[in-house]
Design a protein around this ligand. Sequence first.
Ligand code: CA
Length: 298
Amino acid sequence: MKTVPRSKVIYSFSSQHKPAEHIKPGEIVLLETEDALGGQIKNEENSLDVLDWSKVDGATGPIFIEGAEPGDTLAVEILDIKIDEKGLIVTVPKHGILGEKPFKPSTKMAITKDGYVHFDEGVRVRADPMIGTIGVAPESDEIPSGSLGRHGGNMDVKMLTAGTKLYLPVFVEGALFAAGDMHAVQADGELCVSAIEVAGEALLKFNLIKNRKPKWPILEAHGSFAILACGKTLDEAASSASRAAVKALMREYAWSFEMAYMFGSLTVDLEINQVVDPKKGVRAVISKEFMSLDSLLT
Ligand code: CA
Protein backbone atom coordinates (compact mmCIF):
# COMPACT_ATOMS: atom_id res chain seq x y z
CA MET A 1 0.00 0.00 0.00
CA LYS A 2 1.23 3.47 -0.85
CA THR A 3 1.03 6.48 1.45
CA VAL A 4 0.75 10.04 0.23
CA PRO A 5 1.95 12.34 3.05
CA ARG A 6 0.18 15.57 3.93
CA SER A 7 3.28 17.51 2.90
CA LYS A 8 2.23 16.83 -0.73
CA VAL A 9 -0.31 19.63 -0.72
CA ILE A 10 -1.89 21.45 -3.65
CA TYR A 11 -4.10 24.54 -3.60
CA SER A 12 -5.77 23.99 -6.95
CA PHE A 13 -6.99 21.16 -9.16
CA SER A 14 -4.96 21.42 -12.35
CA SER A 15 -3.53 19.33 -15.16
CA GLN A 16 -0.25 21.21 -14.59
CA HIS A 17 0.58 19.68 -11.19
CA LYS A 18 3.33 17.09 -10.99
CA PRO A 19 1.94 13.81 -9.57
CA ALA A 20 2.81 13.09 -5.93
CA GLU A 21 2.27 9.38 -6.57
CA HIS A 22 1.49 6.96 -9.43
CA ILE A 23 -0.87 4.02 -8.87
CA LYS A 24 -2.61 1.30 -10.86
CA PRO A 25 -6.38 0.68 -10.88
CA GLY A 26 -7.32 -1.59 -7.97
CA GLU A 27 -4.63 -0.15 -5.70
CA ILE A 28 -5.31 1.10 -2.18
CA VAL A 29 -3.75 4.34 -1.00
CA LEU A 30 -3.44 5.92 2.42
CA LEU A 31 -3.88 9.66 2.01
CA GLU A 32 -2.85 11.93 4.88
CA THR A 33 -4.58 15.30 5.02
CA GLU A 34 -4.12 18.58 6.86
CA ASP A 35 -7.12 20.49 8.23
CA ALA A 36 -8.75 23.09 5.97
CA LEU A 37 -6.93 25.93 7.74
CA GLY A 38 -3.57 24.35 7.00
CA GLY A 39 -2.98 23.46 10.67
CA GLN A 40 -2.23 27.12 11.36
CA ILE A 41 -4.69 27.60 14.23
CA LYS A 42 -3.62 25.84 17.41
CA ASN A 43 -5.87 27.38 20.06
CA GLU A 44 -8.92 29.58 20.56
CA GLU A 45 -6.78 32.69 21.06
CA ASN A 46 -5.11 32.31 17.68
CA SER A 47 -6.84 35.11 15.83
CA LEU A 48 -7.81 34.56 12.21
CA ASP A 49 -5.60 37.61 11.53
CA VAL A 50 -2.51 35.40 11.76
CA LEU A 51 -3.87 33.13 9.07
CA ASP A 52 -1.96 32.91 5.79
CA TRP A 53 -4.96 32.63 3.48
CA SER A 54 -2.76 31.22 0.68
CA LYS A 55 -2.35 28.10 2.83
CA VAL A 56 -6.00 27.22 3.45
CA ASP A 57 -8.23 24.70 1.65
CA GLY A 58 -5.29 22.49 0.63
CA ALA A 59 -5.71 18.98 -0.76
CA THR A 60 -3.21 16.12 -0.69
CA GLY A 61 -2.02 14.84 -4.06
CA PRO A 62 -2.30 14.67 -6.92
CA ILE A 63 -2.34 10.95 -7.57
CA PHE A 64 -1.84 9.80 -11.16
CA ILE A 65 -3.99 6.74 -11.93
CA GLU A 66 -2.42 4.72 -14.72
CA GLY A 67 -4.71 4.15 -17.68
CA ALA A 68 -7.12 6.97 -16.77
CA GLU A 69 -8.01 8.99 -19.85
CA PRO A 70 -10.44 11.82 -20.60
CA GLY A 71 -13.95 10.37 -20.94
CA ASP A 72 -13.42 7.66 -18.29
CA THR A 73 -14.82 7.48 -14.77
CA LEU A 74 -12.60 7.31 -11.70
CA ALA A 75 -14.32 5.22 -8.99
CA VAL A 76 -13.05 6.09 -5.52
CA GLU A 77 -14.06 3.87 -2.64
CA ILE A 78 -13.65 5.43 0.81
CA LEU A 79 -12.64 2.35 2.82
CA ASP A 80 -11.85 4.13 6.06
CA ILE A 81 -11.38 7.58 7.57
CA LYS A 82 -9.37 8.32 10.70
CA ILE A 83 -9.34 11.80 12.17
CA ASP A 84 -7.26 13.58 14.77
CA GLU A 85 -8.80 14.09 18.18
CA LYS A 86 -8.28 17.82 18.03
CA GLY A 87 -10.44 19.85 15.66
CA LEU A 88 -11.70 23.39 15.36
CA ILE A 89 -14.46 25.50 13.90
CA VAL A 90 -14.34 29.20 13.07
CA THR A 91 -16.60 32.10 12.24
CA VAL A 92 -15.25 34.46 9.60
CA PRO A 93 -16.95 37.89 9.29
CA LYS A 94 -18.84 38.34 6.00
CA HIS A 95 -18.81 34.56 5.46
CA GLY A 96 -21.43 31.87 5.82
CA ILE A 97 -25.16 32.04 5.11
CA LEU A 98 -25.57 34.87 7.67
CA GLY A 99 -22.49 36.74 6.47
CA GLU A 100 -24.40 40.03 6.05
CA LYS A 101 -24.93 40.17 9.83
CA PRO A 102 -22.18 41.84 11.93
CA PHE A 103 -20.28 39.31 14.07
CA LYS A 104 -16.77 38.70 15.36
CA PRO A 105 -14.12 36.31 14.10
CA SER A 106 -14.00 33.43 16.57
CA THR A 107 -12.43 30.02 17.00
CA LYS A 108 -13.76 27.04 18.95
CA MET A 109 -11.59 24.01 19.58
CA ALA A 110 -13.45 20.68 19.83
CA ILE A 111 -12.17 17.25 20.81
CA THR A 112 -13.55 14.11 19.16
CA LYS A 113 -13.51 11.21 21.61
CA ASP A 114 -15.44 7.96 22.04
CA GLY A 115 -17.42 8.67 18.88
CA TYR A 116 -18.56 12.17 19.86
CA VAL A 117 -17.49 15.71 19.10
CA HIS A 118 -17.44 17.58 22.41
CA PHE A 119 -18.56 21.05 21.37
CA ASP A 120 -19.25 22.68 24.72
CA GLU A 121 -19.70 21.75 28.37
CA GLY A 122 -22.34 19.01 28.31
CA VAL A 123 -23.04 19.49 24.58
CA ARG A 124 -21.83 16.79 22.25
CA VAL A 125 -22.62 15.70 18.68
CA ARG A 126 -22.13 12.20 17.29
CA ALA A 127 -19.00 12.24 15.10
CA ASP A 128 -19.46 11.33 11.43
CA PRO A 129 -16.06 11.89 9.80
CA MET A 130 -16.22 12.95 6.15
CA ILE A 131 -14.03 14.31 3.36
CA GLY A 132 -14.87 17.91 2.36
CA THR A 133 -12.63 18.27 -0.69
CA ILE A 134 -12.21 15.46 -3.19
CA GLY A 135 -11.74 15.64 -6.94
CA VAL A 136 -9.69 15.42 -10.10
CA ALA A 137 -8.01 17.90 -12.44
CA PRO A 138 -10.64 19.80 -14.47
CA GLU A 139 -10.88 20.35 -18.20
CA SER A 140 -9.83 23.98 -17.82
CA ASP A 141 -6.37 24.96 -16.62
CA GLU A 142 -6.88 25.41 -12.92
CA ILE A 143 -9.65 25.60 -10.30
CA PRO A 144 -8.76 26.66 -6.71
CA SER A 145 -9.13 23.76 -4.25
CA GLY A 146 -11.54 25.90 -2.21
CA SER A 147 -14.01 25.88 -5.12
CA LEU A 148 -16.07 23.11 -6.71
CA GLY A 149 -17.46 21.95 -10.03
CA ARG A 150 -17.96 18.96 -12.30
CA HIS A 151 -14.48 17.81 -11.28
CA GLY A 152 -15.52 17.61 -7.58
CA GLY A 153 -13.42 19.83 -5.32
CA ASN A 154 -14.64 21.51 -2.13
CA MET A 155 -18.09 19.89 -2.28
CA ASP A 156 -18.60 19.57 1.50
CA VAL A 157 -21.08 16.71 1.18
CA LYS A 158 -21.77 15.15 4.58
CA MET A 159 -22.38 11.75 2.93
CA LEU A 160 -18.69 11.45 1.88
CA THR A 161 -17.93 9.11 4.79
CA ALA A 162 -16.28 5.69 5.07
CA GLY A 163 -18.25 3.11 3.10
CA THR A 164 -19.25 5.43 0.26
CA LYS A 165 -18.15 5.32 -3.33
CA LEU A 166 -17.61 8.39 -5.49
CA TYR A 167 -17.59 8.38 -9.30
CA LEU A 168 -15.70 11.30 -10.82
CA PRO A 169 -15.46 12.20 -14.51
CA VAL A 170 -11.87 12.05 -15.79
CA PHE A 171 -10.77 15.11 -17.80
CA VAL A 172 -6.99 14.66 -18.10
CA GLU A 173 -4.60 11.75 -18.48
CA GLY A 174 -4.03 10.07 -15.10
CA ALA A 175 -7.07 11.89 -13.62
CA LEU A 176 -4.79 13.66 -11.04
CA PHE A 177 -6.86 12.93 -7.94
CA ALA A 178 -6.51 14.88 -4.68
CA ALA A 179 -8.46 15.16 -1.41
CA GLY A 180 -8.39 16.98 1.91
CA ASP A 181 -10.49 19.14 4.23
CA MET A 182 -11.86 16.46 6.57
CA HIS A 183 -14.65 17.24 9.00
CA ALA A 184 -15.36 15.36 12.24
CA VAL A 185 -19.00 16.24 11.65
CA GLN A 186 -20.93 18.61 9.37
CA ALA A 187 -24.62 19.20 8.78
CA ASP A 188 -26.18 19.84 5.37
CA GLY A 189 -25.70 23.52 4.61
CA GLU A 190 -22.54 24.12 6.65
CA LEU A 191 -24.14 27.36 7.84
CA CYS A 192 -21.19 29.26 9.34
CA VAL A 193 -18.70 28.38 6.48
CA SER A 194 -16.73 25.82 8.49
CA ALA A 195 -17.41 22.50 10.20
CA ILE A 196 -15.25 20.66 12.77
CA GLU A 197 -12.05 20.97 10.70
CA VAL A 198 -9.55 18.18 11.37
CA ALA A 199 -6.40 16.61 10.03
CA GLY A 200 -6.70 12.90 9.30
CA GLU A 201 -6.07 10.04 6.95
CA ALA A 202 -8.25 8.27 4.42
CA LEU A 203 -7.88 4.77 3.05
CA LEU A 204 -8.96 4.93 -0.58
CA LYS A 205 -9.32 2.35 -3.33
CA PHE A 206 -9.26 3.45 -6.96
CA ASN A 207 -10.78 1.85 -10.02
CA LEU A 208 -11.60 2.90 -13.56
CA ILE A 209 -14.68 2.60 -15.74
CA LYS A 210 -13.46 3.08 -19.29
CA ASN A 211 -15.06 5.30 -21.94
CA ARG A 212 -18.07 6.38 -19.88
CA LYS A 213 -18.46 9.24 -17.44
CA PRO A 214 -21.04 11.04 -15.30
CA LYS A 215 -22.06 14.65 -15.96
CA TRP A 216 -21.53 15.49 -12.26
CA PRO A 217 -19.77 13.53 -9.50
CA ILE A 218 -21.98 10.63 -8.37
CA LEU A 219 -21.99 9.31 -4.83
CA GLU A 220 -23.17 5.81 -3.95
CA ALA A 221 -24.19 5.13 -0.33
CA HIS A 222 -27.01 3.69 1.78
CA GLY A 223 -28.78 2.04 -1.16
CA SER A 224 -28.94 5.25 -3.18
CA PHE A 225 -27.10 7.29 -5.77
CA ALA A 226 -26.66 11.03 -5.30
CA ILE A 227 -25.85 13.39 -8.18
CA LEU A 228 -23.64 16.17 -6.76
CA ALA A 229 -24.36 19.33 -8.75
CA CYS A 230 -23.44 22.93 -8.02
CA GLY A 231 -24.21 26.42 -9.29
CA LYS A 232 -23.95 30.14 -8.58
CA THR A 233 -27.30 29.92 -6.78
CA LEU A 234 -29.19 27.11 -5.04
CA ASP A 235 -31.82 27.35 -7.80
CA GLU A 236 -29.18 26.82 -10.47
CA ALA A 237 -27.66 23.89 -8.55
CA ALA A 238 -31.11 22.31 -8.00
CA SER A 239 -31.94 22.68 -11.67
CA SER A 240 -28.65 21.05 -12.78
CA ALA A 241 -29.07 18.15 -10.32
CA SER A 242 -32.66 17.62 -11.47
CA ARG A 243 -31.78 17.76 -15.16
CA ALA A 244 -29.12 15.09 -14.70
CA ALA A 245 -31.54 12.91 -12.68
CA VAL A 246 -34.36 13.17 -15.25
CA LYS A 247 -31.96 12.38 -18.11
CA ALA A 248 -30.73 9.32 -16.19
CA LEU A 249 -34.34 8.18 -15.65
CA MET A 250 -34.98 8.56 -19.42
CA ARG A 251 -32.01 6.25 -20.06
CA GLU A 252 -32.93 3.78 -17.29
CA TYR A 253 -36.48 3.18 -18.54
CA ALA A 254 -36.21 4.34 -22.17
CA TRP A 255 -38.90 6.91 -21.34
CA SER A 256 -39.89 10.26 -22.84
CA PHE A 257 -38.85 13.41 -21.00
CA GLU A 258 -42.40 13.82 -19.69
CA MET A 259 -42.53 10.31 -18.18
CA ALA A 260 -39.11 10.72 -16.55
CA TYR A 261 -39.99 14.23 -15.29
CA MET A 262 -43.14 12.90 -13.63
CA PHE A 263 -41.36 9.90 -12.13
CA GLY A 264 -38.63 12.20 -10.80
CA SER A 265 -41.32 14.04 -8.83
CA LEU A 266 -42.02 10.76 -7.05
CA THR A 267 -38.53 9.35 -6.52
CA VAL A 268 -35.82 12.05 -6.64
CA ASP A 269 -35.04 13.88 -3.38
CA LEU A 270 -33.28 17.23 -3.72
CA GLU A 271 -31.03 17.86 -0.71
CA ILE A 272 -28.67 20.72 0.12
CA ASN A 273 -24.94 19.95 0.42
CA GLN A 274 -23.74 23.41 1.38
CA VAL A 275 -24.71 27.06 0.90
CA VAL A 276 -21.40 28.73 1.81
CA ASP A 277 -18.73 27.81 -0.76
CA PRO A 278 -17.93 29.71 -4.01
CA LYS A 279 -20.71 27.65 -5.61
CA LYS A 280 -23.77 26.26 -3.82
CA GLY A 281 -24.20 22.48 -3.81
CA VAL A 282 -27.38 20.43 -4.24
CA ARG A 283 -27.65 16.66 -4.56
CA ALA A 284 -30.36 14.69 -6.33
CA VAL A 285 -30.80 11.43 -4.45
CA ILE A 286 -32.48 8.40 -5.99
CA SER A 287 -32.82 4.86 -4.67
CA LYS A 288 -30.99 2.05 -6.42
CA GLU A 289 -34.41 0.44 -6.62
CA PHE A 290 -35.08 2.88 -9.50
CA MET A 291 -31.62 3.63 -10.86
CA SER A 292 -28.53 1.76 -12.05
CA LEU A 293 -25.03 3.21 -12.25
CA ASP A 294 -25.11 2.45 -15.95
CA SER A 295 -27.83 5.05 -16.58
CA LEU A 296 -25.85 7.73 -14.72
CA LEU A 297 -22.93 7.42 -17.14
CA THR A 298 -22.80 8.42 -20.80
CA1 CA B 1 -14.78 22.74 2.95
